[in-house]
Design a protein around this ligand. Structure first.
Ligand code: FE2
Ligand code: FE2
Length: 376
């Protein structure tokens, strides 16, 4: 059993100095290699439908494919400044209602805040893009490593979905926004840890349950709030796929975890906690403040104390916590993960709907042609 310090490199999850000490030092690298340490598994049992829930998901995926080039309204003009102003008007203002006294940027003009908002859009979409590539690689790995044919079939459809997600986020960034950011170091560390692990179920836990569970919640929030009709529709389409992906994780691990020992379950609890902390750290978007010429350690204590921020951070866990509960990870052993999620302030979502069946509610209209879909 590991201590918090051993798992995440610090004893206090809110230790800002420790969070900021992790930075991306390879911002100019073009490729990044990670050992994936796993055996590729053949199965000679081709019995389709032995796992009916996975088979149903696979059949659903086959008829839910969309085309990122032709199904989205790419002709839409995106005015980033107007998006920032509309978000500020709908929320707590350009400065998000923070008390800036003594921070060195209490004299920022509206123009400075608009610039910050635009950088924040560039950063957010860049991290979505990098996370999508992580999903593409992880799911390709699952095709190789999972021992069940129904899961290999389903994972193959997810590989195609993730290629499409990488494609549309990259196109949106290139043609509608005004700059890219390299991958955030906390996200990179998490993706590396997921790929590096030799156990096939850890890929699912890290990606389908944690990263995609958070993505589904983050995309839902952005979908509800963005005034840009192109991004709104793009996210709606991506979410219809992500809900299936999270269901794939829940349905697969539910069966597998029933066979594991207490000690093995504890390792899964610890991995889920580490992933939760890494994802929370990444949302501090330290690189945006740096690009704006502000020392992150000066402003982030204010950001961390802001009620809007706390609420946003909690909402990111609305899918993860009920899914961990459904998998038995919250209460196994001495309730170790329940206690950790309590410390992170997210345990209150434990009885929200899990994502095992929720994908039907996220589906685009069944059998619709492109014209219908464009108004989805
Ligand atoms: Fe995706
Ligand atoms: Fe996904």
């Amino acid at each position: 059993m590991s201590s918090t310090e051993h798992l995440i490199g610090r004893a206090d999850v809110n230790d800002l100095e420790a969070i900021l000490s992790i930075t991306n030092t390879d911002v100019d690298e073009l490729v990044h290699a990670v050992e994936d340490n796993a055996d590729a598994i053949f199965t000679w049992n081709y019995e389709k439908g032995e796992r009916p829930a996975l088979n149903k998901l696979y059949e659903k995926a086959k008829t839910s494919q969309w085309n990122g080039e032709t199904d989205l309204p790419w002709e839409t003009d995106v005015d980033q400044e107007q998006v920032v102003l509309a978000n500020a008007a709908a929320g707590a203002g350009l400065d998000d209602g923070m008390d800036l006294t003594g921070t060195g940027f209490e004299h920022w003009t509206d123009q400075d805040w608009v610039k910050m908002g635009i950088e924040s859009q560039n950063w957010t979409l860049s991290q979505f893009l990098h996370g999508e590539q992580g999903a593409l690689l992880c799911t390709a790995k699952i095709v190789e490593t999972v021992p069940w044919i129904d899961a290999k079939y389903y994972a193959a459809t997810q590989v195609m979905d993730e290629a499409r997600h990488v494609e549309v986020f990259a196109k949106y960034l290139d043609t509608k926004l005004s700059g890219h950011y390299p991958i955030n170091s906390h996200l990179k560390m998490l993706l590396d840890d997921i790929i590096d692990d030799s156990r096939w179920d850890m890929t699912y836990l890290g990606m389908q349950i944690m990263v995609e569970g958070l993505a589904l919640a983050a995309f839902s929030l952005a979908h509800q709030t963005t005034p840009d009709p192109l991004l709104k529709q793009l996210l709606r389409y991506v979410m219809s796929d992500e809900a299936r992906h999270v269901a794939f994780g829940v349905l697969s691990l539910k069966e597998y975890y029933a066979e594991l020992s207490q000690a093995e379950i504890r390792e899964r609890q610890e991995f889920a906690f580490e992933a939760a902390v890494r994802m929370r750290d990444r949302f501090l978007q330290q690189e945006v403040w740096e690009r704006m010429g502000i020392e992150p350690r000066k402003v982030l204590p204010l950001v961390m104390a802001s009620p809007q921020r706390a609420l946003f951070q909690q909402m990111l866990f609305t899918k993860i916590v009920p899914n961990c509960k459904k998998l038995g990870l919250l209460d196994a052993g001495d309730g170790w993960l329940r206690q950790r999620f309590g410390e992170l302030g997210v345990i209150q979502f434990e009885d929200w709907q899990d994502t095992g069946e929720e994908y039907d509610a996220f589906a685009l209209s069944p059998g619709a042609g492109s014209d219908d879909r464009r108004s989805a």
